[in-house]
Design a protein around this ligand. Structure first.
Ligand SMILES: Cc1cc2nc3c(=O)[nH]c(=O)nc-3n(C[C@H](O)[C@H](O)[C@H](O)COP(=O)(O)OP(=O)(O)OC[C@H]3O[C@@H](n4cnc5c(N)ncnc54)[C@H](O)[C@@H]3O)c2cc1C
Length: 600
């Protein structure tokens, strides 16, 4: 049952009044909708999913792959910014996220990729038995259905997928786009020229090298969001209720035996301003899936968190859990811009050539052409590929000291990975202009994004008042650690080498548009990185799956420490980032969460 509270508020209120739920799921993003589907498979269980945003059905900002990122600053964006970043020229960094059914999966870049085995095993190593590659690979596969490419496109572009590395019957269709821009194809050749390996199968536990990546889209090139793939097909289940425009303002908590707290339900603010309760059965559970940016906010508003944060804001402490909102981590990014030679086009051409745009819109109706494409080529590099032997020596020296905010165990694991071939830097292309002083008319540009995959700086997300209407203080704390600054600067400088390869020289003007020749030395790169860094829209860690004494918020069954019936199942539980875009992990964690909740 789907209820839009903006148009059917009376129905929503009557459902809340007449029903006690087995599961109340807070946040209808990737994890929330995965759980909504799985937990309602048992028809005797009543499941309620609460999403603050609307549906994405028939919205071309959502459905058309090439429109990814155009949600920013629209009604489906939470449109947050970080607090000024003290180690990065006081920049405030955009941390937009999807306020819509499907959450990130409705607005993201559609990149579908996994990290290497070691990164998932690290969660178990940090003290959470059962959270390893084997179990998460199984649940990640459970979420997906691989579409093999049409042989015509496979031949034209050279992509292929190893069927055994993918799921074949999960809800999310994953496909190669039926169009890949020339410049993206050439990133493969440019990488190989520089000595990077071409990886035929990056999905089965080794993602090192350059490769074609799948996208979360159907064979007809329509985005697969968690709403379209997980929930629409089962929305007629009578035991499943999904509310849109339902802003959860706090959890209702009561005391339980042994000093624990129990959640009796949640408070929902309707679009008309009224606040109603959703009630859990005595045996029921509340599952938080509001995403890594907002799950800590809801915990704190409800009185679960660090007393040092809650008490000054006048929030009574129901459960003291100092790690709530800490261990926040995101990928960090810099972007270079280059101009394509005359005759080569990027998405910029859609803005200056109306005929082309109309043609492409027509083609898209047949599932073809430019608009089917969001991204498809990634290069995941270990340090040996981008640093000289002398620089690797320097890396050892820098990493001799643990940066201040990362836990010792996490640091040891990442340090070991850095020197054992686990990718640390990703290179990919954005098919448009992204920075620079002059953007010439009728000219196409391409940008190279350089991502640090394992930053060692840890930030925090805390509330600043007792009101849900005040945005949380989002502090990724970028570049606090010397390593983060040093490596991203080196990698950004290295990215220029792609444009010196034959594959790229043939199609790109030699002169760099952004930042250009004013930035040459290591010191200049370091200054430039400080002034131009962004985060990667891959937030994790703010309610980590770790032992309590090591900064954990949830245990291996995803139960909040000190609560009887409250769990967290979104990306805030991931204690360490992976060298991958995060949606496959978000689905995999949520699928595993569903198995755990059904069995415990
Ligand atoms: C711009 C962008 C680009 C990205 N690109 C990629 C990519 O190309 N590939 C990839 O793999 N990953 C990508 N990601 C990351 C990926 O989408 C996320 O890792 C994933 O969506 C996280 O899932 P989640 O369930 O933890 O949170 P989300 O999917 O963010 O879901 C959280 C949900 O909770 C809702 N919510 C929050 N607070 C409340 C409240 N108080 N009441 C009710 N509802 C609430 C939100 O509206 C949202 O729907 C991108 C993310 C963004 C934002």
């Amino acid at each position: 049952t789907f209820v839009n509270l903006q148009t059917s508020s009376a129905l929503g209120k009557s459902i809340l009044q007449s029903t006690n739920f087995d599961y109340i799921i807070v946040g209808g993003g990737v994890a929330g909708l995965t759980l909504g589907r799985r937990l309602s498979e048992n028809s005797s269980k009543k499941v309620l999913v609460l999403e603050a945003g609307r549906s994405g059905i028939n919205d071309t900002i959502v459905t058309i792959p090439a429109n990814s990122f155009s949600f920013i600053a629209t009604d489906i964006d939470w449109f947050d910014f970080s607090v000024p970043q003290v180690h990065a020229n006081n920049l405030t960094i955009n941390t937009s996220s999807g306020k819509i059914l499907g959450g990130g999966s409705a607005v993201n870049g559609l990149v579908w990729i996994r990290g290497p085995k070691a990164e998932y095993d690290a969660i178990e190593q940090l003290g959470s038995p059962g959270w390893n590659w084997n179990s998460l690979y199984t649940t990640m596969k459970k979420s997906e259905k691989l579409n093999q490419p049409d042989p015509v496109y496979a031949q034209e572009f050279g992509y292929s997928a190893v069927a055994s590395s993918h799921g074949s019957s999960g809800p999310i269709d994953v496909s190669f786009p039926p169009f890949i821009p020339e410049q993206h194809q050439r990133l493969i050749n440019a990488s190989v020229e520089l000595g990077h390996v071409f990886n035929q199968d990056p999905y089965s536990g080794n993602n090192t090298g350059v490769f074609f990546s799948l996208s979360s889209q159907t064979k007809q090139a329509v985005r697969e969001s968690a709403e379209f793939a997980y929930i629409d097909p089962v929305i007629s289940r009578s035991n499943l209720v999904v509310f849109a425009y339902a802003l959860v303002t706090k959890l209702d908590l009561t005391s339980a035996a042994y000093g624990k707290v129990r959640s009796t339900g949640v408070k929902i603010r309707f679009p008309d301003g009224s606040v109603k309760s959703a009630t859990a059965k005595a045996s029921g559970e509340v599952v938080l899936t509001a995403g890594a940016l907002r799950t800590p906010q809801l915990l704190e508003l409800s009185g679960i968190g660090d007393p040092a944060v809650l008490t000054p804001l006048g929030i009574p402490v129901k459960l003291a859990l100092p790690s709530v909102g800490t261990n926040y981590e995101d990928h960090t990014i810099t972007v270079l811009t280059y101009q394509l030679k005359a005759g080569y086009l990027s998405f910029d051409a859609l803005d200056y050539n109306a005929t082309l745009k109309a043609e492409q819109q027509e083609l898209y109706k047949q599932g073809k052409g430019w608009l089917t494409f969001a991204n498809a080529v990634l290069n995941m590099s270990p340090i040996e590929k981008i640093l000289t032997p002398a620089e690797i020596e320097e890396a050892h020296t820098i990493l001799a000291t643990k940066p201040p905010t990362i836990g010792q165990d996490s640091f040891n694991i990442i340090k070991n990975q850095i020197f054992s071939g686990v990718p640390q830097i990703e290179f990919l292309l954005f098919n448009s202009f992204s920075g620079g002083e002059t953007k010439l008319p009728n000219t196409s540009y391409v940008s190279a994004a350089i991502t640090h995959l394992h930053p060692l700086s840890r930030g925090s997300i805390h509330i600043k008042s007792a009101s849900i209407d005040d945005k949380p203080l989002i502090n990724p704390n970028v570049l606090e650690s010397e390593w983060d600054h040093w490596l991203l600067s080196k990698a950004t400088k290295y990215a220029r080498k792609f444009f010196q390869t034959q594959a790229f020289r043939e199609i790109f003007e030699q002169e760099e548009v952004w930042p250009g020749s004013a930035v040459e030395t290591d010191a200049q790169f370091q200054d430039w990185v400080k002034a131009n860094i962004n985060t990667g829209y891959h937030s994790v860690g703010t309610a980590s799956l770790l032992p309590l004494a090591k900064g954990g918020v949830v245990d291996k069954n995803l139960r909040v420490y000190g609560a009887t019936n409250l769990r967290i199942a979104d990306m805030s539980v991931m204690p360490l980032l992976i060298s991958a875009h995060t949606q496959t992990a978000a689905y995999g964690i949520a699928e595993k969460a569903a198995d755990i909740i059904k069995s415990t």
